[in-house]
Design a protein around this ligand. Structure first.
Ligand code: GDP
Length: 444
């Protein structure tokens, strides 16, 4: 995510961190670079200007100049100001507390990912024990209705039977009534999009809004379109008074400008981010976590939440015990890999582990691909039970046998054993540190 932006900020920070003594001039130079990096990332010009000024004022405060690690302090200020730029620790959860059925209206340009986001959101709400009804109200784009119906079927979530010759306002009104009569507590309205903002579309959306009075109007923005997404968001906000933004396609090579400026420019928070085409690729937006990811500090909290959603509690307690007694073995290692696979693509998970994103880039092609993961499993499968329980008995001849059995090489077996012993060491350290120590370790 935002690779270019991350890399360039990392370079600026590296210089800063290395400076033992800091002067106002040093800070100015560094901020000039930060400014360029942000402009290159397509962050709104005014936003950049205000941002840099805020950081400067805080950074030239005597505290920073006289502190023991002034460079590190400036990095922290940039971090904090980026977080506050994107909404700080504001609560971005949906406002669904009204009498059911509560309506969520999804709006945005064609191709931004509106229909996909409707499906993702329905899935998210279902996982929170709500009972959503999907409502296709885009009668203009051919196949838009079927697209939502297909998503609904995949998710096991009902889709309202709209017809393309109906008035969208009537569809939405009838769908809300249908939801009320049939026990749905949330209605997700997938409205029509256009390639650009136009009056016809806007007045239709206003009519739907006035008829339904939705609790949430979420503008779906394609992060790849940068400043354009921010301008369009402002346009929709002026006409409709949106309540928040769903920023899609952050998994692609979006530069970051939309994510960094949308809140500052239109005053409405990003509530969700889309990180892929699949229906589970939606995350609740947290400014601090995103900034940590951009700055290569990882996102341990999201990782832990994801882990909690796929790991079974008994298994976690069992592992905890094993760590304590120092009995974590290769069999557990393999199980862990399988659990990790359930959490999503390896790339996305690695990006959340502090320092890992950068390490993977350095490794280049050698980064752990899904294919390599399979190889690791094959190697462990070729071991005997005793070997898995106690890897120290795996001598040269055993290594050869395992390599042959798994269709790999002795070198690869050695590599795996080395990685496993390293993992064991890390686990031991984490165990000692506890969650607080872990955060300290990340510099958070
Ligand atoms: P709509 O016209 O706004 O309803 O857009 P769609 O939901 O049909 O999405 C347009 C395209 O963007 C589809 O190919 C989606 O699979 C893709 N898409 C939507 N959200 C994401 C996302 O978060 N990441 C990626 N990579 N693709 C997405």
């Amino acid at each position: 995510m935002f690779e270019n932006l991350s890399d360039k900020l990392e370079l600026v920070f590296k210089k800063l961190r290395g400076q033992g003594v800091m002067t106002e001039d040093n800070i100015k130079d560094a901020l000039r670079e930060v400014r360029l990096v942000l402009l290159e990332a397509d962050v709104n010009f005014k936003v950049v200007k205000e941002f840099v000024e805020k950081v400067r004022v805080r950074a030239v405060g005597t505290q920073v100049l006289q502190s023991l690690s002034p460079g590190q302090q400036v990095v922290k200020i940039v971090h904090d100001e980026l977080v506050s730029l994107m909404g700080g620790d504001e609560d971005n959860s949906l406002d669904l507390a009204a009498k059911p059925p509560v309506a969520i209206m999804m709006v945005g340009l064609q191709g931004a990912g509106k229909t996909t986001s409707c499906g993702k959101l329905a899935r998210h709400l279902k996982s929170q024990r709500r009972n959503p009804l999907l409502v296709p109200a885009d009668v203009y784009r051919p196949a838009a209705i079927e697209q939502l119906q297909t998503l609904g079927r995949q998710l096991g979530i009902e889709t309202y039977a709209s017809k393309s010759d109906q008035d969208p306002v009537v569809i939405c009104r009838d769908a809300v009534k249908y939801a009320e009569l049939n026990g749905f507590d949330t209605v997700i309205l997938d409205t029509a999009g256009r390639h650009q903002i136009d009056d016809f579309l806007m007045s239709e959306l206003v009519r739907i809004r006035d008829e339904i009075d939705p609790r949430e109007i979420l503008f779906v923005a394609d992060a790849m379109t940068g400043q354009e997404a921010v301008n369009v968001a402002s346009g929709f906000n002026e006409r409709l008074a949106i309540s928040g933004v769903v920023l899609t396609k952050l998994d692609g090579d979006a530069k970051g400008g939309a994510a960094l400026s949308i809140k500052a420019v239109c005053g409405k928070p990003v509530k969700f981010v889309g990180l892929g085409e699949k229906l589970d690729a939606l995350e609740v937006f947290h400014a601090d976590r995103l900034v940590s990811r951009i700055l290569g500090m990882g996102d341990v909290l999201t990782l832990v939440e994801k882990a909690q959603s796929v790991f079974d509690e008994k298994e976690a307690a069992r592992l905890q015990q094993k760590f304590k007694k120092n009995q974590f073995d290769l069999e557990d290692f393999k199980n862990q890999l399988q659990q990790i696979k359930k959490m999503g693509s390896l790339d996305s998970i690695m990006g959340m582990i502090p320092g890992m994103g950068k390490m993977m880039k350095q490794l280049g092609d050698a980064q752990p691909s899904e294919r390599e993961m399979k190889r690791v499993e094959a190697i462990i499968d070729s071991m005997t039970r005793d070997e898995r329980a106690n890897h120290t008995i795996i001598n040269g001849s055993r290594r050869l046998r395992i390599a042959k059995g798994s269709g790999t090489t002795v070198q690869e077996v050695n590599q795996l054993l080395k990685r496993f012993t390293e993992a064991q060491k890390v686990m031991k350290q984490l165990q000692k540190l506890g969650p607080k120590g872990l955060m300290r370790g990340m510099g958070g």
